[in-house]
Design a protein around this ligand. Sequence first.
Ligand code: AHR
Length: 953
Amino acid sequence: MKTRIILLTLALSVCSIWAADVTGVWKAQFDTQRGLQKYTFTLQQDGTKVIGNASAEVNGAKRESEVKEGKIEGNTVSFVEPLSIQGNDLRITYTGEVSDHEIKFTRRVGDFATTEAVAKRESATAPAQPAPAARTVRIKAGKSEPIKDAEGNVWLADQGFEGGQTLERPDIQIANTKSTDLYRAERYSMDSFSWPVPNGKYVVKLHFAETFEGITGPGQRVFSYNVQGHEFKDFDVWVKAGGPMRAYVETVNVEATNAVIKVTFTPKVENPQINAIEIIPQSGGETSAVTPAPAIPAATSAAVNAAAATGPAATPVLQIDVGKVTGTVSPMLYGLMTEEINFSYEGGIYGELIRNRTFKANAQNPLFWNAVGDATMTIDANQPLNTALNVSLKLDLSKASAASPGGIANGGYWGIPVRPRATYRASFYARGEGFSGPLNLAIESTDGKTTFASATVSRISGQWKKFEVTLKTKKVEPSKDNRFVITTTQPGTVWFQNVSLFPPTYNHRSNGTRPDIMQLLAEMKPTFLRFPGGNYLEGNAINERFNWKETIGDVAERPGHRSPWGYWSTDGFGLLEFLQWCEDLHIEPVLAVFAGYTLDKKYLEPGPALAPYAQEALEEIEYVTGDTRTKWGAQRAKDGHPKPFKLTYVEIGNEDWFDRSGSYGGRFAQLFDAIKAKYPQLQLISSVGYEQPATLQVRSRRPDLVDEHYYRSQEDMQAHALDYDKYSRTNQTRIFCGEWATRVGSPTPNMAGALGDAAWMTGMERNSDILFMHCYAPLFVNVSQISGQNRSMQWSTDLIGYDALTSYGSPAYHAQKMFSTMHGDQILATDSRDIPTREGQPRAQRGGGTAPTRQLRQVFFDATRDRRSGIVYLKVVNEAGTAQRIQVQISGASKIKPEGEAVVLAAGSPNDTNSIGEPNKVVPRTETVTGLSADFTREFPAYSVTVLKLKAK
Ligand code: AHR
């Protein structure tokens, strides 16, 4: 009996949940007795009713009929195409299973012929099919949820556009209007807008305002647009509105004769932009927020429902159709991004413990070194070790004696970590004058009272020589307030260079990485590492770029360089070390190559000026992938790694949208052509994503991927969590979200940051058919000194924090680890109802004033399934401060195991966070779940991220 009830519930939910929308233009070819018949179905759905027409072409003959008896039930659409052949009336019946972009049709002619074919959706936005009644339609460009204007009119969320991107500027004020909200978001760089209407006369109002800070005067954004044949040439909203931040409304009287209102946009200078569109029937009409609209993604329609909902809050419903797979979860989805920032390598993942080991951080002063006893230290440019390490530290020890030893001490990167029973490897170059040693090396407490490990080196000569020695600690308490000292009781003069101290490293590599941080990364199970930047790739000037050739080979022959984040890099952690880092984590490199743009806003002209750098990039790729018969493959072997590395993804530059000269198109093309010619298998990434103005995007070549960057507040992250649902499915270029973060919390994100991230990740995972890879940035921060001179943090809100001794994952780290380690390979169709929303208060206005509030979703989710195990991973983010009882309806499964597992990351407050002192304050907990079925209710805690694992067949 119980089983029957479950099955009945399941059957009912299958029928009732899925209200597919077939509105749009569909094309199919049926192989019939008369030959191949090419069909265009133009359908319009109104509730469960479907109207429209079918036009067919066979052997050059065309016919058109109005479809009859059209209806939609769940996912099944059916209609009849009436046909009269030689006086005989025929009924061609169509029954089809609808998914987002396809209808699998069975076509029956009378009783005698059955054919099957798949119709593809041509357009969801421009059906040339009359809508049932003329109504006023208001579209708010750039918003993912409907809004109300000052007069109480509802404006539908952004839809009906072809092409372009959306952008919100929630904080701005606009003159000339009572409805500022209409101008606080825009769509830009779109090609057109269309809306189905009954034929007749309309007034179309187009709302514009110049709100982009990059436009500072007239003539900087000029475009043309055409409304139903009415051309507006060289339109300049700055001129029309009389300046920036001022509303301008263009009113156009038009007539629809082909059941659609169409507006096209043509760029001239910068991108076209628009804030809102109104279509008003001239005979008056009914205003509706639920006017039959072009198909919009399920998640967006859920947002519409939520915002339109009034009355007491209904139980939110999440719906998953395990029978409907909408795409494949990208196998490369979760990765890591890294660069030298916040002491990420030196003082971070790089094992080296000595700060300023090459004495090049400052030309005059041996920064971070102290003299011990009566010794005197100076930077000496006359005794270089070699051309790379072209200075050394001169130590005058003339007063050293047994009673008063002299020497040098280094406090490391805010301490030297001491762990029990650990072996440290010390090395340095030295030469003496009137001095042969011995030198005593020790790791000791900062006050010099406790020595944890020591060793002795002798036979210093007049020639530079490398000395290496190990130091072993005994059973001691872990500590970090320690220093490394080299002292002697003998007088004389000694010069030092490349003074190094390594603790045990991950996988025991020499010149290797820090085990605790590597362990945190390994636990995330990433698939790739994007390096070496970020700004670190570009440098503040061309001689400060990441010059890979100077980062390989013997570390004592790497000159080092100043990082754009304000401190010296020895480049001890160079190209091969990045690759070995990948190897140790079993992940792929995403190699960013220098593309001729530097942070001083200078660029190399495409052509001969850039050619040496294109060559440099080719050689870099050869170093990574070439076999040992190649010049650079042989160099890699010489450097200790004969086996080539796997490389698939190469990014050309970093954030080249900062280059407003327009040179990136040419620079990209030059590197693209050079790389593709030699390495056609490589996937090349443009550093300008679709979030940037179209004029800056690469048009010269078709990138394999584009890199988008988003640093946002929690509210903004959540407001944009559905953005990728609206991206084109036909564009062959995939998206790499190569830097993103909810920037809340410092030095590392708090729970609010984790909630914003998790909401955003549901959108990325749900759309990972097109959103192919992503990585949070920045990854690391040394939290030892987060402010002041020589601070350890240059950029706040970083995923993983550490000091010299220990490390921890932020709440955002744990959220990300939950996402990256628990997902399937199939994206499941989802929908939702009655999602709660809250008012969000945008940041305070510049110059005072409060911006109006906006409605924000509070629950975000997505579902994936592992094809092999059948496990469904439902991820639910509840950003609300109260627990939410949520109903989960699962269709398309014959059996759901009642027991499952939930992994829950929850906090008592959005400000809760982890730190060195409290590394595990906010961490996920695993619990067993019972009572799972095709329709169950579960309480999701306040401020929580949940991964619910359930088994469905
Ligand atoms: O992640 C910090 C910085 O942000 C990166 O270096 C740069 O690419 C972006 O501007």
